[in-house]
Write a protein that binds this ligand. Structure first.
Ligand code: DX5
Ligand code: ZN
Length: 211
């Protein structure tokens, strides 16, 4: 069954403690934490202090999606804050292989995210050491954007590249019950969703609809 990773970006930021407790009860498989620096993407969210603050309230795996210009300088901050997976953008990691090693050296799992305009070929020589691939189906920066259909072919290509490796293929941006079916058919095994999980407040029902 496809895994659901709610994105905290759509949560009530004035009540994060309660939100993470509710998400775990609602059946979320992982928590997706959108870290934005106002530089790599045109928006600012939260950093390690907020992640550390919510860590005691849930056992869910934390995936920190770093939408920042200089992830290499920040990896340790997120490890100390309690992240389990750190996902970096290939576009800002000239030595991607080395960055993945640095994440593993901190005892965490490593993910690589690709912007819509980035080719899947950048993954070829790091596949053997990757734990997660995050295909962006919107240009990162904001929740509630429209799903980009032209990324479905990329998801299918990456599914083939992964072959029998133990790598989570995750999709992020514009996921709703309709687009969820498309990306699942293309081979995704995890869906990140903000708007679709939080809309209306019945998180369990919304998560069920995405599965
Ligand atoms: C976008 C973020 C996403 C975002 C998804 O830059 O990386 O995780 O929260 O939001 P929705 O599901 O609303 O498209
Ligand atoms: Zn994200």
């Amino acid at each position: 069954m496809v895994k659901i990773a709610p994105s905290l970006l759509a949560a009530d930021f004035a009540n994060l403690q309660n939100e993470v407790i509710k998400l775990e009860k609602a059946g979320a498989d992982m928590l997706h934490l959108d870290v934005m620096d106002g530089n790599f993407v045109p928006n600012l969210t939260f950093g390690p202090c907020v992640i550390k603050a919510i860590r005691p309230y849930t056992k869910l795996v934390f995936d920190a999606h770093l939408m920042v210009k200089n992830p290499d300088e920040m990896l340790e901050w997120f490890a100390l804050a309690g992240a389990d997976i750190i996902t970096v953008h290939a576009e800002v990691c000239p030595h991607l292989d080395k960055t993945i090693d640095a994440i593993h050296a901190l005892g965490l799992k490593a993910g690589v995210a690709l912007n819509p305009s980035t080719t899947e070929n950048v993954l070829e020589y790091v596949l053997d050491k990757l734990d997660l691939i995050l295909v962006m189906t919107v240009n990162p920066g904001f929740g509630g954007q429209k799903f980009m259909d032209n990324q479905v072919a990329k998801i299918a290509k990456i599914r083939k590249l992964i072959a029998n490796r133990d790598i989570i293929l995750s999709v992020d941006g514009g996921i709703n019950p309709m687009t969820a079916s498309e990306v699942k058919a293309a081979g995704a095994d995890m869906l990140v969703a903000g708007t679709a999980v939080f809309a209306g407040g019945n998180y369990a029902e919304n998560i069920k609809a995405l599965r």
